[in-house]
Design a protein around this ligand. Structure first.
Ligand code: ADP
Ligand code: NA
Length: 330
């Protein structure tokens, strides 16, 4: 029986994945490789929509791949590759650019946000059309489902529109994908400001857990997380966002339900919860760091995994592109 196909990507951002990236995305990718025919890529083409240093880009791409493998992606169970290794992404993106209305692209809120951050005169055309490259990324693999956060839903809607538009104009070519919105339960908040999500760009040093930091640094951050003046360990995202965030992290890392944790810590102080969670965190990040380092220390193995992944990805992508080109009249 054919398993549904999923495709997802992650940016080769500088340095370490943070706990939000892991619990909100990567961890769920690892689970999906068991039930799905999964394609995962490091999206280095997307990275150059904003200025990049070549040496840093190369290093960050390998670092992202090493962390994905350390987190549990298994090249025997999924297809893991680097986007620029598969030239069909850029080729299909051009086709999709030509099918997308200017007004349609202008309505993408992610572009508006990112462009506002860059400043209008420093915004590249590539940033404007990055949602269309994303469409090509998805359609090339005939993905049935696209695991994304809620903020990407609009891009998946546009992907569906474009797939239907192409199919209507040229004949059935592309699978129309459905969003697979990642579980909100994986959402992690800033440890110092639990009203906002943990994020590379917005979190303070103490508010974010970087998975490649010294384990004792991460333990310290858990212990100094902001809570409240109450003493009850109970999940209540509105009234007790700090404690609720710690319970979410605890529950997701250990698999114990929030209800069980509330029982376990009945009558106990916040300090007890934090001490235990700090220990759980150390147990989680220590092997993660070690495994990441092993891949970085063995560039031949890493390169060979990525080359094999690109070969597998390309076999699918080339077939889709060939049929799209043929229908267009190339
Ligand atoms: P950041 O917001 O730190 O720049 P990215 O936008 O690169 O992180 O996110 C990469 C992936 O990690 C996305 O799938 C996103 O949904 C997920 N993610 C990022 N931050 C969090 C968070 N705080 N909680 C859950 N998931 C998150
Ligand atoms: Na983000």
């Amino acid at each position: 029986l054919d398993r549904p196909r999923v495709l997802s990507g992650i940016q080769p951002t500088a340095g370490s994945f943070h706990l939000g990236n892991y619990l909100g995305a990567v961890r769920q990718w690892v689970a999906l490789q068991e039930s799905h025919d999964a394609f995962y890529m490091v999206v280095d083409l997307h990275a150059i929509t904003v200025p990049q240093d070549p040496t840093a880009l190369r290093a960050n791409t390998r670092l992202a791949a090493a962390q994905l493998l350390a987190a549990g992606l298994d090249p025997e169970r999924c297809t893991l590759f680097v986007q620029s290794h598969v030239p069909e992404h850029a080729q299909l993106a051009w086709v999709m650019n030509c099918l997308t209305g200017f007004g349609e692209a202008s309505r993408m809120t992610q572009f508006k946000d990112k462009s506002a951050k860059q400043g209008a005169d420093r915004t590249s055309v590539g940033l404007f059309t990055y949602p269309i490259l994303q469409i090509a990324d998805i359609l090339l693999y005939q993905a049935n489902q696209v695991p994304v956060g809620e903020d990407q839903r609009q891009h998946i809607e546009l992907t569906r529109d474009l797939a239907e538009r192409f199919n209507g104009r040229y004949g059935d070519t592309f699978t129309v994908p459905a969003p697979y919105i990642l579980k909100e339960t994986g959402k992690v908040y800033d440890l110092q400001d639990p009203a906002v999500k943990m994020s590379k760009s917005a979190s303070s040093v103490k508010g974010i857990i970087n998975l490649l930091d010294e384990p004792k640094t991460s333990a310290k951050k858990i212990k100094s997380a902001v809570t409240d003046t109450d003493t009850v360990i109970r999940y209540d995202a509105e009234a007790k966002p700090g404690v609720s965030n710690l319970l979410t992290i605890y529950s997701t890392l250990t698999g114990e339900s929030i209800a069980d944790l509330e029982k376990k810590y009945e009558g106990k102080m916040y300090g007890a919860l934090k001490t235990d969670l700090a220990e759980i965190m150390v147990e989680f990040v220590t092997p993660f760091r070690d495994r990441t380092q092993e891949y970085l220390d063995d560039p031949e193995t890493l390169d060979s995994i990525l080359a094999k992944g690109a070969e597998k990805a390309r076999a699918v992508a080339a077939e889709t592109l060939a049929s799209a080109y043929d229908r267009i009249g190339f």
